[in-house]
Design a protein around this ligand. Structure first.
Ligand SMILES: [Zn+2]
Length: 432
């Protein structure tokens, strides 16, 4: 019996030692030692106590310099990456220093955590990486933690990334508005769309002049003055800020945004006409035609294509609007700005005679911004037009993934996290 107990103790000690060996290999810090590892009373977690190495001074968290000790606080628990289905906690009693430089009693800085949070930096980086692949909710479930902790982890990683990113030279930017939440809440997103690098540079609340100006405030005048291309939609506050801040840049109305506007107008025509037909008791030929009309014909299935052909035989406003929209697509095939301009003028003339008000509204707006649209052809060989659209789609997917907590802060973090290409905090080990 006695021998048995001795053996059990030996095994327990041996395992604890092994764990400390592993921790020393992957998560070791100067000035601190792993002292002891043991199971918690409920056997769900492994608790590893950490101590300061003898003779090593604590670091003041304000000035980041060693300072004489003052006292020690109660033991805190820091969550580390779970191991083999056990939670792993680092237990450490923070010291306070009497810092002469700061002339205050300050809590020490520890290398594995960032002061306020209970998650270790290693675990935050680990969770944040998963939160890029899974939704935040799924990440929380997979690692048996809370949504709030995943939020903390992403916030930590994004904050680091924004502080350490290098903006460098920016040749081209695209500004995009995106709707979130119900009602009319918008975000302004600014992307870098250089040939070599595309990334999200900035997220602003609302889509006002002030919100877009916030971007220029962040990048500074030097970088702003060197921007060569700006892509945007026809949203007047954006146009105004671009005229003001990037007066030297070639400003292009983005193809994707124009197509989106045209689809919206067409949809308006269809909805109005469909309602009218229902009121007049006519055959509801427009029923379920929405996607037939909005999708590119090439993307329709065979059966849908037949239905579309059928629909196009009717003499309807919707059909005429559809044909005008389709005809407009030809614009993008031109290489020469002059020919594109001629086509655009002719198209607008036809539309103005069409007596279809939503389409006429588009034509008026295109006429008004003719120069900016033709800039697309001046810049054609230097900018790929699908970039803003691609980023816009990714942004929408990201927003869906953080669904449930659609506050501005959540969306801002989620967007920077998945589209910002931000540098990550350094890690002692690659915890894959
Ligand atoms: Zn200090």
């Amino acid at each position: 019996m006695v021998r048995f107990i001795v053996e059990v103790f030996a095994v327990a000690r041996f395992r604890a030692m092994e764990l400390i060996t592993i921790l020393n290999r992957c998560h070791r810090f100067r000035g601190f030692v792993y002292h002891r590892a043991r199971f918690s009373p409920d056997h769900k977690s492994i608790e590893v106590s950490v101590r300061p190495r003898k003779g090593s001074a604590a670091i003041c968290s304000r000035c980041h310099q060693p300072a004489p000790g003052y006292d020690q606080l109660a033991e805190r628990r820091f969550e580390f990456i779970p191991l083999w289905g056990f939670f792993v906690l680092l237990l450490y009693a923070m010291r306070r220093v009497d810092c002469r430089r700061c002339q205050a009693v300050v809590v020490e800085e520890v290398p594995w955590a960032d002061g306020k949070r209970t998650l270790t930096k290693a675990y935050m980086l680990f969770l944040a990486r998963w939160a890029r692949r899974l939704s935040w909710k799924e990440t929380a479930e997979a690692f048996r933690t809370s949504w709030e902790k995943v939020f903390d982890a992403v916030e930590h990683v994004v904050t680091f990334g924004l502080e350490h990113r290098v903006l460098g030279q920016i040749d081209a930017i695209g500004v995009d508005e995106i709707q979130y939440a119900k009602g009319h809440k918008y975000l302004t997103l600014v992307y870098q769309i250089d040939l070599g690098i595309t990334r999200l540079l900035w997220v602003g609340k609302e889509r006002t002049i002030e919100s877009f100006q916030g971007f220029f405030h962040v990048i500074g005048e030097e970088i702003a003055s060197k921007i060569v291309f700006v892509c945007s939609d026809m949203w007047e506050p954006y146009l105004k800020v671009i005229r003001e801040k990037c007066s030297e840049a070639l400003h292009i109305l983005d193809r994707f945004h124009i197509v989106a506007k045209m689809n919206k107008a067409l949809d308006e025509v269809r909805a109005g006409e469909s309602r009218r037909m229902a009121l007049e008791g006519r055959t509801p030929v427009l029923k379920k035609s929405r996607w037939l009309l909005l999708k590119r014909e090439a993307n329709l299935k065979t059966e849908q294509r037949f239905r579309l052909r059928d629909l196009l035989r009717y003499n309807l406003k919707t059909v005429r609007a559809y044909l005008l929209k389709e005809a407009f697509q030809q614009l993008w095939d031109y290489n020469s700005p002059a020919w594109a301009g001629k086509f655009l003028d002719e198209w607008c003339r036809q539309v103005m005679r069409s007596r279809i008000e939503p389409m006429k509204k588009i034509a008026r707006s295109l006429r008004e911004h003719r120069d900016l649209i033709l800039n697309y052809f001046h810049a054609q060989k230097l900018l790929s037009s699908g970039v803003v659209e691609g980023l816009n789609n990714k942004a929408k997917v990201t927003m869906r993934k953080s669904y449930g907590f659609r506050t501005f802060r959540t969306l801002e973090l989620a967007l920077y996290h998945s589209l910002g290409k931000l540098p990550e905090p350094e890690s002692t080990h690659d915890f894959f």
